[in-house]
Write a protein that binds this ligand. Structure first.
Ligand code: NAD
Ligand code: UDX
Length: 454
């Protein structure tokens, strides 16, 4: 199939590359010329394991092209995926300006029947808006053209708008896309469903994972899934705060409840709060949608509030230990990305923790295997109290304590003797509960965790 993917960020680039890998002819489009120039050279602008190789392989085969020319991409495509950003607006709603700008372009350029697929995470009702926007542009063209043949072509055009939300996780995006738990398709016509079924058939060889529904349910499914996962995390963070006060160990409680198959072990890890480009904005967008439809959600508001507070838990422990005035104190930070295996720092807890500590006078020496460039050039750019180390142990000399924020694999089994030797004193704040408290204490560390009494 000939596919255009509009928006070549995390989702667009991964989706386009995986469709190309399955033998389709894909053009990934973006308005960011620098991004497209580097993609054409086989340099991918994000860190996502395995992606660069797959991009290069498919470029060589000619099945994956990159372009800034949206018109040409639309003219050549049978299926157009919309994978642009839907960032949070000031009122919490999803900003649809990029999605609707793409819809407008589609209406302005299409000349043949096509299927337009909303891959971006969009509020319920967006597919209808996309349809109206495309049709309005088509109607304008029909009205203004003097070419009778073109007018007739435009009048006969058929297009479907499909909702196909994406569930990939950064850091495991290729695997998630190539072996999806499910493919959700919201569509109004059998023709569109059949095209989507054919497109996704190669991704579900073991058994059918195709779930077909109406447009609004498909759009809602994405928000419900993210809200459910965010709820699990906030619930567990709340339990961890209670554990800490009553003298229970959240690590043991997590094992205890996760063993119940109805609860399960996944997404019940307490920590520094969830970050990333999805959970924070999607929970808030769902709250806004609910309120727009005269329903005041209580659980979702609480999920957000717990997460907001959770981002300060580690900083509060540090302040409790070292005092309100952190002038003259230096802290080593391991991990800046919002989670391991990505360079993404959108809504990363590290930003909140570091800004809280430096606002009280502390200096930070940070190390992250992949996200340092993002931190330096954008997320912590203005913070003069942050410097960066080239390797994990290089962040430690003369620091008053080590703070672990992102659980990269290289932090999982560190040389504890080296840490003790390099730090001013062996004080370790672990925001991801990576180690056993008793073992750390036996090694001489003053060791702080989430959800365990200090
Ligand atoms: P991103 O910011 O990484 O990429 C979006 C890209 O769209 C950018 O490169 C931008 O330049 C481009 N763009 C904007 N307007 C354009 C236009 N008119 N024409 C062409 N390109 C345009 O965003 P992302 O993380 O890939 O997310 C995209 C969507 O997918 C969002 O709705 C997001 O919520 C959803 N989503 C993201 C993830 C994730 O893990 N990142 C997972 C599932 C769903
Ligand atoms: C999420 C969804 O998982 C994915 O399905 C959706 O398509 C996009 O949003 P992502 O944001 O890439 O994916 O990361 P995810 O692995 O879900 O982690 C999100 C945040 O939750 C991270 O900050 C992570 O540290 C935190 N988290 C996750 C916890 O604090 N505890 C957990 O048990 C799991």
């Amino acid at each position: 199939m000939r596919i255009a993917v509009i928006g070549s960020g995390y989702v667009g680039l991964v989706s386009g590359t995986c469709f190309a890998q399955m033998g389709n002819k894909v053009t990934c489009v973006d308005v960011d010329e620098q991004k497209i120039t580097s993609l054409k050279q086989g340099i991918i602008p994000i860190y996502e394991p395995g992606l660069e190789q797959m991009v290069v392989d498919n470029q060589k085969k000619g099945s994956l092209l990159f372009s800034t020319d949206i018109e040409q991409a639309i003219l050549n495509a049978q299926v157009v995926f919309v994978a642009v950003g839907t960032p949070m607006s000031d009122d919490g709603s999803a900003d649809l300006q990029y999605v609707l700008a793409v819809a407008k372009s589609i209406g302005q350029y299409m000349l043949g029947d096509m299927i337009i697929v909303d891959k971006s995470t969009v509020p319920v009702g967006t597919a209808d808006k996309v349809k109206i926007t495309i049709q309005a542009e088509l109607d304008k063209r029909i009205k203004h053209t003097v070419d009778e043949k073109l007018k007739a072509t435009l009048q006969q055009l058929n297009f479907d708008v499909v909702s196909n939300p994406e569930f990939l996780k950064e850091g495991a995006a290729l695997d998630d896309f190539m072996k999806p738990d499910r493919v959700i398709i919201g569509a109004e016509s059998e023709r569109a469903v059949q095209v989507m079924r054919n497109l996704y058939a190669p991704f579900m060889k073991s058994h059918d994972r195709f779930i077909k529904m109406d447009l609004r349910s498909a759009e809602m499914t994405k928000y419900a899934a993210n809200a459910m996962l965010a709820t699990k995390i906030s619930f567990m963070n709340e339990i961890s705060n209670i554990c800490e006060r009553v003298g229970a160990d959240v690590n043991k409680v997590r094992d205890g409840i996760g063993s119940d198959t109805r609860i399960g072990y996944s997404f019940i890890y307490p920590g520094c709060g969830y970050g990333g480009s999805c959970f924070p904005k999607d929970v808030q967008a769902l709250v806004k949608t609910a309120k727009d439809f005269d329903y005041v959600p209580r659980i979702l508001d609480a999920v957000e509030a717990v997460n907001y507070a959770q981002k300060s838990v580690i900083a509060n422990k540090i302040i409790k230990r070292f005092g309100e005035n952190l002038d003259g104190k230096t802290f080593a930070v391991w991990g800046l990305a919002f989670k391991p295996e990505t360079d993404d720092m959108r809504e990363a807890s590290s930003t909140t923790i570091i800004n809280e500590l430096t606002s009280k006078g502390a200096k930070i020496v940070a190390y992250d295997p992949k996200a340092q460039h993002e931190a330096k050039t954008f997320y912590l750019k203005g913070n003069k109290n942050v410097t960066y180390a080239a390797a994990k142990y290089a962040a430690l000399p003369q620091a008053d304590a080590l703070i672990l924020i992102t659980e990269w694999q290289e932090f999982r089994s560190p040389d504890f003797d080296e840490i003790k030797k390099l730090l001013k004193a062996p004080v370790f704040f672990d925001g991801r509960n990576q180690f056993e408290k008793q073992r750390m204490q036996d090694m001489g560390f003053e060791y702080f965790q989430i959800g365990v009494k200090d």
